[in-house]
Design a protein. Structure first.
Length: 304
């Protein structure tokens, strides 16, 4: 299943690049696709998966890990930005693309394929109570803070967060949505959620440029190193300190090693935050993760 997911990702990425090269779609096609994902597909996925979760005390460490890694990301990206003199939009794009990993659409099938079905619940907890909530809060804050020509006021930031569709879906799913809705509703939501991966990868393909300007190569290298190597390297001792062992340890570190969240890059692109860089971080991190994810499984297996 993991390889099926990667095959679909690579096929849609290549198709988007071909469409862009041949100019078969309008110039704003990527932006339109991103908005469909933001307002339709992503809320549908939230309404499906969040009501199914059952959290207990033993999972606190899994929930905490992505939040702690986000703090490390903020510190490391800030240091790298000052040292290498990133532009304001480059800083925001790298921050989003490192802090937010693809813990669901690549994470779920990869955890299932590399670790087994029994490790999948830990991946769901990591994603829904960690990465997703971070996207809806920290991610929205970064977009609101850096997505305009001038820094917005606190009131404007709060208004933008309040208008973020997946956040409303999260609130609705926690307060009202039943774990097992009527079958026709569940089927419709599932079809909308399943459309997210191909639509977003098509949008990324329309935006990606494998040849970046020289001044964007440094933030690209920093983002890839932090996302694929440094974050899981921090997550491993952190998980051991929190007493994780076995499947929980392996799933927690493997989720921390996932490539950049496609939706985070799509949102960065839609807010004009170094769009070429954001698209490249998604494309290159997905390709490189074909090598780094099995490597991390081998490393963590020595400790599990």
């Amino acid at each position: 299943m993991a390889f099926d997911a990667f095959a679909l990702i690579l096929a849609m990425l290549a198709l988007g690049m071909a469409f862009a090269r041949l100019k078969l779609l309008p110039a704003n096609a990527a932006e339109v696709l991103n908005r469909v994902v933001l307002y339709v597909c992503l809320p549908a996925a939230v309404l499906i998966y969040v009501p199914r979760l059952h959290v207990d005390v033993s999972l606190i460490g899994v929930i905490a890990t992505p939040w702690l890694l986000t703090g490390a990301t903020l510190a490391l990206v800030t240091l790298a930005s000052r040292w290498l003199k990133f532009r304001r939009d480059e800083f925001a794009a790298v921050l989003l693309c490192v802090a937010l990993c693809n813990s669901s659409f690549i994470g779920y099938p990869m955890v299932r394929a590399l670790l087994g079905e029994q490790a999948l619940p830990y991946a769901v907890v990591y994603d829904q109570f960690g990465t997703f909530v971070l996207l809806s809060t920290f991610g929205v804050y970064v977009l609101a803070r850096y997505g305009g020509d001038a820094p917005p006021s606190t009131r404007q930031i709060l208004l933008r967060i309040a208008k973020f569709p997946p956040l409303w879906a999260l609130a609705f799913s926690l307060a009202v949505m039943p774990e097992r809705p009527p079958q026709w509703i569940a089927d419709a939501l599932q079809k909308l959620a399943d459309a997210m991966l191909p639509l977003v990868m098509l949008a990324v393909g329309l935006s990606i440029q494998l040849r970046l300007p020289r001044d964007e190569l440094k933030p690209l290298a920093v983002g890839l190193l932090l996302r694929l190597v440094v974050m899981p390297a921090i997550a491993l001792p952190l998980s051991l300190l929190m007493g994780m062992r076995g499947d929980m340890l392996q799933a927690n570190v493997l989720e921390s090693a996932m490539p950049t969240m496609i939706t985070a890059a799509a949102l960065a692109i839609s807010h004009n935050l170094a769009p070429r860089l954001a698209a490249a971080l998604v494309g290159y991190s997905i390709l490189l993760s074909l090598l780094t994810l099995p490597a991390w499984v081998w490393v963590v297996g020595r400790f599990a």
